[in-house]
Design a protein around this ligand. Structure first.
Ligand code: NAD
Length: 393
């Protein structure tokens, strides 16, 4: 193995490795189901974990905790210090969803979302990975033409802890003449750009070896620095990866014109927020979209801090009805297998099982189309485990 591949293997171990030389490890996972449909979709991950355990395919040590409204009801905070300590001790955190009308009027600092924000902050999760994958069976349900999205597999890497959402000053000033002035500050330091770019280059090496960096260097100084830092890092450490720069607005256009031209896209917090939502909608329902948020590698354990969660919220409109689509949650667990647990081969099988279930015409209500069989949350989870079983037979 050359040095570059060896380095990538250390950063994202096992992404594409087989069973050779494999020693069964026990993975420490903290499950935080949260509110609304969170516990319903998390139940399907528990089913899967239980099956993997009994089959001896993977071993998990799981802990559970409260987050969001559920934590507020029990302890009057979005997440307790004790649960936070469990999150810091885990190899990865699996998060359902938080929020709902029940907690609309709780104090701002202890609202359900505060639990998620504290997790992101205390785990220092600066890289948000949003894959957009279009399963062939769902190409028809995209708002774009099937040939534009069928087989789509791109990854958007969004910087999550810097930029205009956090930069100071951040103010609204009364100018005294009937006018006000609002200021947000877009600010990035070299190290912030470099570490997110490094995550993206490493991912590209594990995929199709192509990275597109998006900023607005034509009108923003932060874009000029972003472009410079990514270019220099490429020259220094990642010459083997094909790097392309694109202005973020034209990138947005290209995403809906011909998204398959992309492999990995890296961009800042604001552009990433928008571009990842655009990419998400290429693939159909919110119920299909997983995500990962990664932090630095702990030098002691050689593990990256990580939280995995579906993109969707707590869906109070369908909570408790057994109608939620568990695929986003299951696929988030798949990302944990890939990026935290060294089990890329198992993650591939899980993806194949999900694709097979969809190809057989099983759909939760959010995906229903003519000729499809509408199933409940647990029937969908059960079907995925059954397909996985068939793939392991
Ligand atoms: P939402 O994602 O919860 O729901 C939007 C729509 O998509 C709803 O019609 C819902 O039924 C549907 N939907 C979402 N996930 C689905 C699934 N797995 N299967 C089937 N259908 C699904 O967004 P919202 O309605 O804007 O927000 C509801 C609550 O969730 C709010 O309190 C919001 O603050 C919270 N929220 C939390 C997170 C999070 O925990 N990360 C993210 C977004 C919203």
């Amino acid at each position: 193995m050359d040095r570059a591949s060896e380095e990538a293997r250390v950063r994202f171990p096992g992404h594409d490795e087989g069973f050779e030389g494999f020693v069964m490890a026990t993975y420490k996972l903290l499950l935080l189901p949260g509110d609304g449909i969170g516990p319903e979709v998390m139940a399907e991950v528990k089913r899967l974990i239980g099956w993997l355990d009994t089959q001896g395919i993977a071993k998990f040590e799981t802990e559970k905790g409260l987050v969001g409204g559920a934590s507020y009801d029990a302890d009057k905070v979005g997440i307790t210090d004790a649960t936070m300590a469990k999150a810091l001790a885990a190899d990865a955190v699996l998060f359902g969803a938080v929020g709902g009308p029940k907690w609309d009027s709780v104090p701002y600092e202890v609202r359900p979302e505060a639990g998620l924000l504290r997790l992101r902050k205390d785990l220092a999760l600066y890289a948000n990975l949003r894959p957009a994958i279009c399963y062939p069976a769902l190409a028809e349900s995209s708002s774009l033409k099937p040939e534009v999205v069928e087989g789509l597999d791109i990854m958007i890497v969004r910087e999550l802890t810097g930029g205009v959402y956090f930069g100071e000053p951040k103010t609204i000033t009364d100018l005294g003449n009937g006018q006000k002035r609002a200021v947000d500050t877009q600010v990035y330091d070299t190290y912030e750009i470099e570490r997110i770019a490094r995550v993206a280059f490493d991912l590209a090496r594990k995929r199709r070896n192509k990275l597109t960096s998006m900023e607005k260097r034509n009108v923003m100084k932060s874009g000029v620095l972003w472009h410079e830092v990514v270019t220099q890092l490429h020259q220094r450490e990642y010459k083997d990866v094909a790097l392309q720069h694109q202005l973020a607005d034209s990138g947005g256009m290209q995403l809906v014109r011909w998204p398959k031209q992309f492999d990995v896209i890296v961009t800042d917090n604001l552009f990433g927020d928008m571009l990842s939502d655009i990419a998400a909608m290429l693939t159909g329902s919110l119920g299909m979209l997983p995500s990962a948020s990664l932090g630095d590698i702990d030098p002691k354990t050689n593990k990256r801090r990580a939280l995995y969660e579906p993109v969707h919220g707590s869906a109070p409109d369908i909570a408790g009805q057994g109608a939620a689509n568990p695929i986003a949650m299951l696929a988030s667990f798949g990302m944990a297998l890939r990026y935290s647990f060294d089990r890329g081969e198992l993650a591939d099988k899980l993806d194949a099982a999900i694709a097979a279930v969809l190809a057989k015409g099983l759909r939760t209500a959010d995906l229903k189309s003519t000729g499809a069989t509408v199933v409940s949350t647990s029937q969908m989870g059960e079907a995925v485990v059954k397909e996985l079983q068939a793939l392991h037979a």
